[in-house]
Design a protein around this ligand. Structure first.
Ligand SMILES: [Fe+2]
Ligand SMILES: [Fe+2]
Length: 221
């Protein structure tokens, strides 16, 4: 089938409904940034852009339910399930539905599903990259505030990172801990060549940011 601009518009309208009252790190602005980046990377990587854009719009529609239960289930699988119900209404054929749902289910890649198409790889990269760079730092501070930690830093981050425990939703989950545990490894996780270029540049920015951050904490700057 041909995925028209009109269909994309309708899907966007429908997807947006699931973001009412969403937290700042995973609100509609996240989807818009992932869309911008995915289309940029997807064009270079020669992905099917309409298919990719549809998957981007729906990739986190199950996120609100996951946040409510503090991570009790995987939102990628939930979003995939919801997409299977939405897409037939807009005339998507089975092949397209399977391709789009694969992108959605694989975007997290902490579950068992490995991104196996170029569209799935690009969505995965764009989504990961939104946790990186200047935006990534902004989101990390916002997330630790929202998730229950009220410290900007605690000075124990390097130690805590070594324990390999999950500190998400924990009182010690500062932005710098997020960086030590997750954000600094994003550059090693992206899958496409173009994604890698973006990831390295965003990584350098974060590295410099936290270097300056600690110099300021210690009054050296
Ligand atoms: Fe997600
Ligand atoms: Fe996402």
């Amino acid at each position: 089938m041909v995925i028209t601009a009109k269909i994309i518009q309708e899907i966007e309208k429908e997807a947006k409904k699931y973001f009412k009252g969403a937290s700042g790190c995973h609100d509609w602005s996240h989807v818009e940034r992932v869309r911008n980046l995915a289309l940029h990377i997807g064009k270079i990587e020669k992905a099917n852009l309409k298919l990719l854009e549809t998957a981007v719009l729906l990739h986190d529609i199950g996120r609100r339910d996951e946040m409510k239960t503090q991570g009790a289930f995987c939102h990628a699988m939930q979003s995939g399930k919801m997409a299977r119900k939405i897409l037939p209404k807009y005339g998507f054929n089975q092949k397209n539905i399977d391709e789009i749902v694969h992108c959605i289910e694989a975007h997290r890649y902490r579950n068992e599903i490995v991104p196996s198409t170029i569209e799935a790889k690009v969505l995965y990269d764009a989504d990961k990259l939104d946790c990186s760079g200047a935006i990534g730092i902004g989101r990390a501070f916002l997330f630790s505030g929202n998730a229950g930690s009220n410290v900007m830093y605690n000075g124990k981050e390097k130690e805590l990172a070594k324990t390999n425990k999950n500190y998400t939703y924990h009182k010690d989950d500062s932005a710098y801990l997020e960086y030590e545990v997750k954000l600094k490894h994003i550059k090693d996780k992206v899958l496409t060549k173009t994604g890698k270029k973006f990831a390295i540049s965003r990584h350098k920015f974060m590295e410099n940011f936290f270097k300056t951050f600690w110099q300021e904490v210690e009054g050296k700057k």
